[in-house]
Design a protein. Sequence first.
Length: 86
Amino acid sequence: MLHQFRLSMISGEQRLNTRHDDLAIVIHMDGQGNPGDKQQTWDAVTGAAPAGVFFGWKNFFVKDHPVLTPAETMAHAPQPVMISYQ
């Protein structure tokens, strides 16, 4: 699990070795605010990631306005494989 909310947080992403069949690399996208701001972060994080990684999404009960519903969260593409709440 790699935690990321700024592109500068993971350097050399394209060098991540995603060829291990028994290892799933999940980039956990963190970000707070309104859905538009979170979507911009999601687009940047997923757009910069190498092929073969999966993505997670974090919802904040207090800092997200409004908090996305589970259905709204799962509607993102690529679809998150993990959702966390804080």
